[in-house]
Design a protein around this ligand. Structure first.
Ligand code: PLP
Length: 434
């Protein structure tokens, strides 16, 4: 065991050295960036030592880095890149928008069209409002819940990620929004219900991803979600489903798949066609607080809330991601996950792939993973090794092991990925003994 972990560290060190030697131009870009950006970046998730790759070009399902290596993109911009790079319909929509002039300082008509598509698609949405990011959508949803209920606390889950100021991994983030958070354990029914019952008078909202995305692609049990739905309804607490990532996992999000409707839903990522976006919405009696025709409505401003480029790209995108396209993509993801899990099981190695549909996450351990605390028991050096080995084989994925299928990814690319995982298992077998 100890010998294995020492070997994993040595193997990882070697893999990093090889990576650095193969990517001199990305290293140069990183060194330059470090002179003006702290740590060389403006988006923490993208950093990893020794330095992150700089991707300079993308087409369909492919990316090229600064040293001109080609990759199969299996990250899909952390789910926002659903349409692949330079999708012609989205490109045409953006060009048309540019021709009509952007930044008009007015209603542009497109916001109502995209809102209509979202309200038709996601069953909990009677009305929706747009923001510039998923973080901002969650900020608005939580702020509205607190203002409407006149309560202060928000129940969140350990290891959850709801945006740059709503990060609950590793004990929380010191720059989180200054709300009073009560932290429960995901999929842990009795302790969660105890915590909720002890705070019913103070809780404004419970916010949950129906499958944790950044937390490791860990699906919530339907019974857990249903229990939260029942308890929040009983006590007048708002249930917020953060479907920023998971809304792509069925034609009507995971809320539609489970038939469990939250009070407020937040959205983001792909709904803007790959452009900056976010949205929050819900039942009419909640969203009417934002109706500016009413005295005392909540003001909700935002220069770019209805920006023409996002609205245009979003509309084009949603017409590509039809319910049939959603079914097909998620079925492809399910097939890939089953195949990978069959492979690692057959080989008897300490690896598994969690997730739902088009979102997967590798974990270097066996046994059930029902929340981030259980996922944290997996071997982190081996996860890093997996990342560097797969990058060396020409696959782009998240360093934390998240793999996301996008529309242009083909079955042949899934085959290639499965082959690369097989090769990883064969090469690293001594380190992966279960
Ligand atoms: N909520 C979830 C579940 C997310 O995964 C993310 C981003 O990864 C966010 C919210 C924040 O979205 P954004 O990065 O657009 O602020």
């Amino acid at each position: 065991m100890i010998a294995n972990s020492i070997d994993a560290k040595i193997a990882l060190e070697e893999a990093r050295e090889e990576y650095a030697a193969n990517n001199p131009k990305s290293r140069e870009r990183h060194v330059e960036a470090c002179t003006v950006l702290p740590g060389g970046n403006t988006r923490t998730v993208l950093f990893y030592p020794p330095f992150p790759l700089t991707m300079v070009r993308g087409k369909d399902s492919r990316l090229w880095d600064a040293d001109d290596h080609e990759y199969i993109d299996l990250l899909g911009e952390y789910t926002a890149g659903l349409y692949g790079h330079s999708n012609p319909a989205i490109r045409a929509a953006i060009e048309k928008a540019l021709d009509g002039g952007i930044d008009r300082g007015s209603q542009n008509g497109l916001e109502a069209k995209l809102a209509a598509v979202l309200c038709a698609r996601f069953p909990s949405l009677d009305f929706v409002r747009f923001t510039n990011s998923g973080t901002e959508a969650n900020l608005m949803a939580i702020s509205a819940a607190r203002a409407i209920t006149r309560r202060t606390k928000v129940l969140v889950f350990d290891g959850a990620y709801h945006g740059g100021v709503f990060s609950f991994a590793g004990g929380g983030n010191r720059i989180n929004a200054p709300f009073e958070f009560v932290v429960a354990s995901y999929n842990d029914l009795d302790p969660t219900m105890d915590l909720l019952q002890r705070n019913t008078k103070d809780l404004a909202a419970v916010i949950i991803e129906p499958m944790m995305g950044a937390g490791g692609c860990i699906p919530a049990d339907k019974s857990f979600l249903q229990a939260l739905r029942d308890a929040t309804r009983e006590h007048g607490i708002f249930l917020i489903f953060d479907e920023v990532m998971t809304s792509r996992l069925s034609p009507s999000g995971l809320q539609g798949r489970h038939g469990i409707l939250p009070d407020i839903t937040t959205l983001g990522k792909y709904i803007g066609g790959g452009m900056t976006c976010g949205a929050f919405g819900g039942r009419a009696e909640i969203m009417q607080y934002f109706d500016a025709r009413q005295a005392n409505a909540f003001p909700h401003a935002g220069t770019f809330n209805n920006n023409v480029l996002t609205m245009s790209a979003g509309l084009a995108g949603m017409s590509i991601y039809t319910p049939e396209a959603a079914e097909q993509l998620n079925a492809r993801g399910d097939r890939l996950r089953r195949r990978l899990n069959d492979l690692v099981k057959k080989e008897g190695v300490k690896m598994q792939f969690t997730g739902t549909g088009s979102m997967l996450n590798v974990h270097m351990c066996t046994g059930p993973i029902r929340n981030p605390a259980e996922a944290a028991k997996a071997d982190k050096d081996l996860a890093d090794l997996f990342f560097f080995d797969l990058v060396a084989q020409g696959f782009w994925l998240a360093r934390r092991g998240m793999i996301v299928l996008s529309l242009p990814n083909t079955d042949a690319e899934c085959d290639q990925f499965a082959g690369a995982v097989e090769e990883f298992v064969a090469t690293r077998r001594p380190l992966l003994a279960a």
